[in-house]
Design a protein around this ligand. Structure first.
Ligand code: ADP
Ligand code: F6P
Length: 458
């Protein structure tokens, strides 16, 4: 079996017994790395005065990691710049928030060169190389230019934007051209794949034949592979003592009230503002329900050096304050808004206690919270998932209450529907959802992608 080299911006350095506290992607990649042997390579999260290519190696729980430090300027231009001020908003259809600076692109290319230079000597002839996400789109091409002949795959964890949006990026053609250095390119949904194929045929004169996409004399396979979670692990986490304790804390904090929960990185793509406004509309139009629901929004800060993230944080502080000021009573707070992260077991307990999960991004590549919420439910008395039609997860999770998050009225109606849903219907919908979440879990996703990559001709 070929060794596997995983390359991503962030690397989860494994610690013994800590897998339950890591995200599903980290768990899946670690399990694939244990199966294949190999290495996980990426940024250490640390800065250095002058980049010198020093590699920090670590080994834990059968997984080897190799990380590099980056210069302050690299992080500003690559991570806070091109990745999170240019590509992230553009790929999430927020052209109004997208910044176009040549320095950002320069830093992005420079850091991708640094990744290529340092990882190149670590890769051996038959290794499979798997590059992840929008931070590293040009990496495959840079590796090819350095003579790498291995099979190299790329997976995009965000949406792929429609052609007319993408062409607002001055270097759009260069970016897409670089994807043709890979053997396999993966997306979470048919929608994102369709948009990619549309760009190739309309802008590059390329062709599409099933999975095979050709342009400029190069052929790749472009596939849909929706990521899942480690469902068995999450179901077990939801039954742990820590989960029971968190669930009971939730119940006690809101006796007799219907609990609603939202769990998201504090990101404008997650539709938090629109969610708050939907809840506001629900309270405004159903005075009889005030005091009977309690909404907990957990949103740990993210990418705090980027202005748009500072702005959304200030905006949500003000909006939650305004809604609470308007509707709160001496013994009731309509929104509990918490800016911190929780261990996975506690999170599972919080999900289990919630009668409704509001997962309402304006645009999301997949959204794993939706799947975690389903996995955490009590089979005899499951809660209701309210899910945005604009989350990649909506393509698989059709039995959720699907909602357009831009419409405060639809959001308010969805809350009413979820609150009133009879137990039999909740069980029926949940059963269909959990069947999918179990069947198409993160290990299934990993195998689907790696089998395609292994089959790809060199
Ligand atoms: P994204 O990758 O854009 O952040 P996803 O929904 O796909 O969105 O994944 C988010 C992951 O982060 C999930 O596994 C979720 O459990 C985790 N997460 C989000 N908020 C918190 C929090 N407050 N505490 C702990 N984990 C969190
Ligand atoms: O899922 C998209 C993603 O950007 C991942 O690549 C990333 O690890 C995660 O969200 C969290 O973002 P960040 O690494 O910027 O904190």
């Amino acid at each position: 079996m070929s060794r596997l080299i995983v390359i991503s911006n962030r690397v989860a350095v494994p610690k013994k017994g800590a897998s339950a506290n890591q995200g599903g992607l980290a768990v899946a990649l670690q399990s694939a790395l244990r199966e294949h042997g190999g290495l996980w390579f990426g940024w250490s999260g640390e800065t250095c005065e002058t980049f010198d290519g020093t590699i920090h190696r670590a080994e834990g729980d059968g997984v080897n990691t190799a990380t590099i430090d980056l210069e302050e300027q690299d992080i500003d231009e690559y991570y806070n710049g091109f990745a999170n001020r240019t590509l992230w908003p553009l790929f999430h259809y927020r052209i109004d928030l997208t910044e176009f600076e040549r320095d950002f692109e320069g830093g992005y290319q420079r850091v991708n060169d640094r990744f290529a230079d340092t990882v190149m000597p670590l890769v051996e002839e038959p290794d499979l190389v798997w590059v992840h996400d929008y931070h590293l789109i040009p990496l495959g091409q840079k590796l090819r230019r350095r003579g790498m002949r291995n099979r190299i795959g790329f997976f995009l964890h965000t949406p792929w934007p429609p052609t007319r949006l993408l062409t607002a990026l001055p270097s759009h053609r260069k970016l897409v051209d670089s994807l043709f250095a890979y053997d396999v390119v993966g997306f979470h949904t048919e929608d994102w794949l369709d948009s990619f194929q549309h760009y190739v045929t309309s802008m590059m004169g390329g062709t599409v034949d099933g999975d095979i996409v050709s342009a400029g004399g190069r052929t790749i396979r472009a596939i849909v592979a929706p990521i899942g979670i480690d469902t068995a692990e999450f179901e077990a986490a939801a039954r742990s003592d820590e989960a029971n304790f968190a669930r009971d804390r939730m119940y006690m904090s809101a006796t007799g009230r219907s609990l609603m929960v939202g769990v998201d990185r504090l990101d404008y793509s997650k539709g938090l503002r629109e969610r708050f406004l939907g809840y506001d509309r629900f309270l405004a139009s159903h005075p009889d329900r005030r005091g009977l629901t309690s909404f907990l929004q957990i949103a740990p800060p993210s990418r705090e050096k980027v202005d748009t993230y500072q702005e959304i944080r200030a905006d949500l502080d003000a909006l939650s304050g305004r809604i609470n000021g308007e509707y709160a009573d001496i013994d009731w707070t309509p929104i509990r808004y918490v800016n911190r992260g929780y261990p996975r077991e506690e999170l599972a307990g919080i999900y289990r206690a919630a009668h409704i999960a509001l997962v309402t991004p304006l645009r999301d590549g997949m959204n794993l919270v939706a799947k975690e919420y389903v996995a955490a439910q009590d089979p005899n008395d499951p809660g209701v998932l309210v899910l945005s039609v604009f989350a990649g997860a909506a393509a698989q999770m059709r039995e959720a209450v699907l909602v357009n998050p831009y419409s405060a009225e639809e959001m308010a109606d969805a809350i009413v529907t979820a609150l009133a849903m009879p137990r039999e219907e909740r069980i029926r919908r949940w059963q269909a959802l959990i069947d999918g979440v179990r069947r198409e879990d993160v290990f299934w996703w990993c195998r689907l992608f790696l089998d395609t990559l292994e089959d790809a001709s060199e």
